[in-house]
Design a protein around this ligand. Structure first.
Ligand code: NAD
Length: 597
C-alpha cells in the first residue's frame, strides 16, 4: 500500500492516493519514521519529528522569530541559536531555562489581583510564546483551568471587545457568504485537525454574546492541547458572526462583531452549510466541534451533519458523556446496572436530552430495547413533567414523554417516580430544595444528585445542601466547582462533571485513527474510560470523577477507547498501529523547546 525510503536526506513516501490514504497519513508516517530514527539517541518523540518537519519549512529569523509565538523561546534561545538565527543583540544576554521562565510567569500571575487580569496576561503569553504558555498550563492545570476556561472565560466573553488585543482564530461574518473557503485558507497553519466553531448565540449560561463568544472556541482548543496533547498548530477556533440580538452589544462602540440583529432562517443555514463544506475542502476530514449554538440549532445541525462529516456537539454529546461517566462511577458505589435505575432530569435542553439519549444507548447495550430504555429516563421542564398528554413538546422531548398524569411540582414528581438520580440541567438555581433532597433520601439509600447548571449561582443546589439534606448519603456532582464539605467528621470532595474529561480525549482518539464520523458509542466508551479512572479511594472521598491533575492520563485512556471503537466499527481511516496506546501517547504534544540549530 505504501513504501518509505530515504533519498538524499529526504524521507520519500510512495503511496496510492485514495479515500483511506492521503497526504495527512503520509505526513504522519513520515513523522513516525523520523521519530524512530531519532528516538533512542536523544529520547525525542513523534512531536519532535513533527516540529522538525515544520521547522524546515517555516522557521523565521531575527525579530520575526521573536514575534512568532509558534517558535519564540524568548530568553531561552541558546547562544548558538542567537548567532545562527540573527538574534544577537535582540535579547538580553542571560540565557534562561524554560523552568526559570515558568517561575517568572507564575510570579507575574500571583501579582495580578483578579482572575480577569490573569486571563488577559495568559492570553498575552499565548500570543508571545506558545510553548511557554502550554508548559505553564500543563504544570498548573488545576489552578489555571478556571482562568483559561470556566468560570473566568465567561467574564472574558462578556468583556471581549474591551479586553481585545490580538485576534485569534477565523471570524466568518454573514457578509462572507460565498467566500468562506477563502477565509479558512487565510489561517496560516495548514494541517488543521480540530475546529471548534460557535455562532455565539448561547455562550455558557450567558446568552447571546455574538462575536464576543470567540473566547469559548479559543479556550476549548487550549484545553484540547493541555489535556490531550493535540498540537496547537493543528487546531482552529472559528466564530460565525451573523449579528446579535444583545442590545448591550448593539449599543457598545467597542463590540467587535456586526452591529445588526441576528440573521436567521435560510440565509443563516446556508452560511453554516457553506462553512461545513468549506472545511471539507480546505482541511479535509478535520473534526468540527459545534459549540454554544442555541438549543434549536444545536440539535438540528447535529442531526444534519453527524452522518455527513466528522463532527459532534459538545453541549449535547460531551455533556452526556461526562454525566454518564458520573453515573457509572456512582454505580460502583451502589452496585447494579444503569437499567436497574430511574433517572429524572430537571431541564430538557441540550444537556438533559443529550444525556438521556446516551443513557438509552448504554441501557440498550445492557440488553434493553430502545423503548424500554426510554422508560427509565424522565424529564421535568419549565412547564412540568414531560408526559404524553402535553401538546407543547418538540420532537426531541416527545421521545421521552411517558403515559403518566401531568405534574407541575418537581417534588411531587420525585415522590411519584422515586428516581435513583436527579439531574439538574435547567439553568435555574435552587430547584433542588430541602424538600426535594429529603424526598430523594427517603426513597434511596444513596441518592444520585447532579446539580450541573452553571455558573455556581445557577446551581440547583450546593454540595453542602446535597449532603446536608440527604444525611450525608448523596452521590453528588456539580457543573461548577464546590469546596470540600465536612460530613460527619469526614471530608467529601464534590467533583465537577466537567466536559474537559471527555472532549479533548475524543478529539485525540478521532485524530489518531483518522475517524471519518463520530458515533454515540464513542461517547459511551469515553464515559466508561473516565469512570474506570476513578480510584476506590476517590470514590470513598465522594469523588465521582478523577482528580483534575490526572486529566492528561484520563484523556489518553479516552483517546485509546475512542480509537478502538472507531476501528471496531469501521469508522477509522488510518491503518491500526500495533500498540494504540503507545502510538497515541507519542502523538501527544509536549511543551518543550526544541533546538533550532
Ligand atoms: P438549554 O437551554 O438547552 O436547556 C435548558 C432546559 O431547562 C430547557 O429544557 C428549559 O425548558 C428547562 N428549564 C428552564 N427553566 C426551568 C425550570 N424552572 N424548571 C425546569 N426546567 C427548566 O440549556 P443546556 O445546554 O441544556 O444547559 C442547561 C444547564 O446545564 C446550563 O446551566 C449549563 O451551564 C449546564 N451545563 C452543564 C454542563 C456540565 O456541567 N458539564 C454541561 C453542559 C451544560
Amino acid at each position: 500500500m505504501f513504501s518509505i525510503s530515504e533519498e538524499h536526506n529526504d524521507i520519500v513516501i510512495r503511496y496510492r492516493r485514495d479515500s483511506s490514504f492521503n497526504e495527512t497519513m503520509a505526513m504522519v508516517l513520515a513523522q513516525i519514521h523520523l521519530q524512530r530514527q531519532v528516538k533512542g539517541s536523544n529520547g525525542s518523540t513523534a512531536t519532535d519529528a513533527m516540529q522538525k518537519e515544520s521547522l524546515v519549512r517555516h522557521l523565521p529569523r531575527g525579530i520575526a522569530l521573536l514575534r512568532d509565538p509558534a517558535f519564540n523561546k524568548s530568553t531561552a534561545f541558546s547562544e548558538e541559536e542567537r548567532k545562527t538565527l540573527g538574534l544577537s543583540g535582540l535579547l538580553p544576554p542571560r540565557v534562561h531555562t524554560i523552568e526559570e521562565q515558568v517561575q517568572r510567569v507564575l510570579g507575574n500571575l500571583a501579582k495580578k489581583s483578579t482572575d480577569m487580569e490573569r486571563y488577559v496576561f495568559l492570553n498575552g503569553l499565548q500570543d508571545r510564546n506558545s510553548t511557554l504558555f502550554y508548559r505553564v498550563l500543563q504544570e498548573n492545570i488545576e489552578q489555571l483551568m478556571p482562568i483559561i476556561y470556566t468560570p473566568t472565560v465567561g467574564q472574558a466573553c462578556l468583556e471581549y471587545g474591551h479586553i481585545f488585543r490580538r485576534p485569534r482564530g477565523v471570524y466568518i461574518s454573514i457578509h462572507d457568504k460565498g467566500h468562506v473557503a477563502e477565509l479558512l485558507a487565510n489561517w496560516p497553519m495548514k494541517d488543521i485537525r480540530v475546529i471548534v466553531v460557535t455562532d455565539g448565540e448561547r455562550i455558557l449560561g450567558l446568552g447571546d454574546l455574538g462575536a464576543d463568544g470567540m473566547g469559548i472556541p479559543v479556550g476549548k482548543l487550549a484545553l484540547y492541547t493541555v489535556c490531550a496533547g493535540i498540537h496547537p498548530n493543528m487546531s482552529l477556533p472559528v466564530t460565525l458572526d451573523v449579528g446579535t440580538d444583545n442590545t448591550r452589544l448593539l449599543n457598545d462602540p467597542l463590540y467587535i462583531g456586526l452591529q445588526s440583529p441576528r440573521v436567521r432562517g435560510e440565509v443563516y443555514d446556508e452560511l453554516v452549510d457553506e462553512f461545513v463544506w468549506a472545511v471539507q475542502k480546505v482541511y479535509p476530514g478535520a473534526l468540527i466541534q459545534f459549540e454554544d449554538f442555541a438549543n434549536r440549532n444545536a440539535f438540528r445541525f447535529l442531526q444534519k451533519y453527524r452522518d455527513a462529516v466528522c463532527c459532534f456537539n459538545d453541549d449535547i454529546q460531551g455533556t452526556a458523556s461526562v454525566a454518564v461517566a458520573g453515573f457509572f462511577s456512582a454505580l460502583r458505589n451502589i452496585g447494579g446496572k444503569l437499567s436497574d435505575h430511574r433517572f429524572l432530569f430537571l431541564g430538557a435542553g441540550e444537556a438533559g436530552l443529550g444525556t438521556g439519549n446516551l443513557l438509552v444507548e448504554a441501557m440498550q447495550e445492557e440488553g434493553l430495547t430502545e423503548a424500554e430504555a426510554r422508560e427509565h429516563c424522565w424529564y421535568f421542564d419549565s412547564t412540568g413533567l414531560v408526559v404524553q398528554s402535553r401538546d407543547d413538546l418538540n420532537e426531541e422531548k416527545r421521545r421521552f414523554a411517558h403515559a403518566h398524569p401531568f405534574v407541575d411540582s418537581f417534588k411531587t414528581a420525585v415522590e411519584m417516580l422515586r428516581p435513583r438520580a436527579i439531574v439538574g440541567v435547567s439553568g435555574q438555581p435552587q430547584q433542588f430544595s430541602r424538600e426535594v433532597l429529603e424526598a430523594m433520601a427517603q426513597v434511596n439509600e444513596q441518592p444520585i444528585v447532579f446539580a450541573l447548571s452553571n455558573p455556581t449561582s445557577k446551581s440547583e443546589c450546593t454540595a453542602e445542601e446535597a449532603y446536608m439534606w440527604t444525611g450525608g448519603r448523596a452521590l453528588f456532582a456539580s457543573g461548577s466547582p464546590f469546596a470540600p464539605v465536612q460530613v460527619r467528621g469526614e471530608t467529601r470532595y464534590p467533583m465537577q462533571g466537567n466536559n474537559v474529561y471527555i472532549f479533548p480525549g475524543v478529539g485525540m482518539g478521532v485524530l489518531a485513527c483518522g475517524a471519518k464520523r463520530i458515533s454515540d458509542r464513542m461517547f459511551l466508551v469515553a464515559a466508561k474510560a473516565v469512570a474506570a479512572a476513578v480510584s476506590a479511594e476517590d470514590l470513598r472521598q465522594g469523588r465521582l470523577y478523577p482528580p483534575v491533575p490526572k486529566v492528561r492520563e484520563v484523556s489518553l485512556d479516552v483517546a485509546v477507547a475512542v480509537a478502538k471503537e472507531a476501528y471496531a466499527s469501521d469508522l477509522a481511516s488510518c491503518p491500526q498501529p500495533d500498540d494504540l496506546r503507545q502510538y497515541i501517547g507519542e502523538l501527544m504534544y509536549q511543551p518543550v523547546y526544541r533546538s533550532y540549530v
